[in-house]
Design a protein. Structure first.
Length: 128
Protein backbone atom coordinates (compact mmCIF):
# COMPACT_ATOMS: atom_id res chain seq x y z
CA UNK A 1 0.00 0.00 0.00
CA UNK A 2 1.43 3.45 -0.86
CA UNK A 3 2.42 5.88 1.90
CA UNK A 4 1.87 9.63 1.79
CA UNK A 5 3.59 12.62 3.38
CA UNK A 6 1.70 15.80 4.27
CA UNK A 7 2.53 18.75 2.05
CA UNK A 8 4.29 21.52 3.94
CA UNK A 9 1.74 24.23 4.62
CA UNK A 10 2.43 27.25 6.80
CA UNK A 11 -0.35 27.95 9.30
CA UNK A 12 -0.88 30.52 12.02
CA UNK A 13 -1.14 29.08 15.52
CA UNK A 14 -1.38 30.34 19.09
CA UNK A 15 -1.06 28.35 22.29
CA UNK A 16 -3.98 28.97 24.64
CA UNK A 17 -2.29 29.47 28.02
CA UNK A 18 -3.22 31.69 30.96
CA UNK A 19 -0.29 33.98 30.25
CA UNK A 20 -1.07 34.25 26.53
CA UNK A 21 -4.76 34.72 27.28
CA UNK A 22 -4.04 37.56 29.71
CA UNK A 23 -1.96 39.27 26.99
CA UNK A 24 -4.83 38.95 24.52
CA UNK A 25 -5.45 36.78 21.48
CA UNK A 26 -3.43 37.57 18.35
CA UNK A 27 -4.94 39.50 15.46
CA UNK A 28 -5.52 36.43 13.28
CA UNK A 29 -8.00 35.24 15.93
CA UNK A 30 -9.44 38.58 17.07
CA UNK A 31 -10.17 39.87 13.57
CA UNK A 32 -11.28 36.61 11.94
CA UNK A 33 -14.47 36.94 9.93
CA UNK A 34 -17.55 35.34 11.50
CA UNK A 35 -15.74 35.25 14.89
CA UNK A 36 -15.23 31.45 14.96
CA UNK A 37 -13.25 31.51 18.24
CA UNK A 38 -14.78 32.43 21.60
CA UNK A 39 -12.52 32.39 24.68
CA UNK A 40 -13.70 32.38 28.29
CA UNK A 41 -12.21 32.98 31.74
CA UNK A 42 -13.73 32.05 35.09
CA UNK A 43 -12.75 32.51 38.69
CA UNK A 44 -10.54 35.56 38.10
CA UNK A 45 -8.64 33.82 35.33
CA UNK A 46 -8.01 30.57 37.20
CA UNK A 47 -9.98 28.57 34.62
CA UNK A 48 -9.78 29.28 30.90
CA UNK A 49 -11.45 27.53 28.00
CA UNK A 50 -12.97 28.31 24.66
CA UNK A 51 -15.11 27.19 21.78
CA UNK A 52 -14.16 27.06 18.13
CA UNK A 53 -16.66 26.86 15.29
CA UNK A 54 -14.95 24.30 13.03
CA UNK A 55 -15.97 22.69 9.76
CA UNK A 56 -17.15 19.70 11.84
CA UNK A 57 -19.10 21.76 14.39
CA UNK A 58 -18.30 23.43 17.71
CA UNK A 59 -15.18 22.10 19.43
CA UNK A 60 -13.85 22.96 22.88
CA UNK A 61 -10.35 24.37 23.39
CA UNK A 62 -8.69 23.76 26.75
CA UNK A 63 -5.76 25.38 28.48
CA UNK A 64 -2.53 24.41 26.71
CA UNK A 65 -4.20 23.59 23.39
CA UNK A 66 -3.15 25.34 20.21
CA UNK A 67 -5.64 27.28 18.12
CA UNK A 68 -4.74 26.89 14.44
CA UNK A 69 -5.89 28.83 11.42
CA UNK A 70 -5.62 26.43 8.50
CA UNK A 71 -4.71 26.96 4.87
CA UNK A 72 -8.34 27.67 3.89
CA UNK A 73 -8.93 30.10 6.78
CA UNK A 74 -10.64 27.47 8.94
CA UNK A 75 -9.95 27.27 12.69
CA UNK A 76 -9.46 24.18 14.81
CA UNK A 77 -7.94 23.19 18.18
CA UNK A 78 -4.95 20.90 18.52
CA UNK A 79 -3.57 19.18 21.61
CA UNK A 80 0.04 20.21 22.44
CA UNK A 81 1.59 16.75 21.93
CA UNK A 82 0.04 16.40 18.46
CA UNK A 83 0.98 19.99 17.56
CA UNK A 84 4.63 19.44 18.51
CA UNK A 85 4.80 16.23 16.42
CA UNK A 86 3.11 17.83 13.40
CA UNK A 87 4.39 21.42 13.24
CA UNK A 88 7.67 23.26 13.53
CA UNK A 89 8.22 26.98 13.91
CA UNK A 90 8.58 28.77 10.58
CA UNK A 91 11.97 30.43 11.01
CA UNK A 92 13.17 33.68 9.48
CA UNK A 93 15.51 31.87 7.05
CA UNK A 94 12.56 30.04 5.50
CA UNK A 95 10.72 33.35 5.20
CA UNK A 96 13.79 34.94 3.58
CA UNK A 97 13.95 32.13 1.03
CA UNK A 98 10.33 32.77 0.06
CA UNK A 99 10.81 36.54 -0.21
CA UNK A 100 14.04 36.09 -2.17
CA UNK A 101 12.40 33.72 -4.66
CA UNK A 102 9.43 36.05 -5.08
CA UNK A 103 11.66 39.08 -5.69
CA UNK A 104 13.67 37.18 -8.28
CA UNK A 105 10.43 36.01 -9.94
CA UNK A 106 9.17 39.55 -10.43
CA UNK A 107 12.49 40.91 -11.61
CA UNK A 108 13.93 42.78 -8.66
CA UNK A 109 17.41 41.55 -9.50
CA UNK A 110 19.36 43.90 -7.21
CA UNK A 111 17.03 43.35 -4.27
CA UNK A 112 17.26 39.62 -4.94
CA UNK A 113 21.05 39.74 -4.78
CA UNK A 114 21.00 41.68 -1.50
CA UNK A 115 18.43 39.36 0.00
CA UNK A 116 20.38 36.39 -1.38
CA UNK A 117 23.47 37.48 0.53
CA UNK A 118 21.37 38.01 3.65
CA UNK A 119 19.94 34.53 3.22
CA UNK A 120 23.44 33.09 2.67
CA UNK A 121 24.58 34.74 5.92
CA UNK A 122 21.51 33.42 7.75
CA UNK A 123 22.12 29.83 6.61
CA UNK A 124 25.88 29.92 7.25
CA UNK A 125 25.38 31.41 10.72
CA UNK A 126 23.06 28.52 11.59
CA UNK A 127 25.66 25.99 10.47
CA UNK A 128 28.38 27.48 12.65
Amino acid sequence: MPKYRKKPVVVEAWQFTKNNFSNGAPDFIRFASNKPVTLFSQYAGEVIYGEIQTLEGVMRVSEGDYIIKGAQGEFYPCKPDIFEKTYQLENSCNQLIKVNNKLLEIGFFIFGIILGWTLFYCIVSQLI
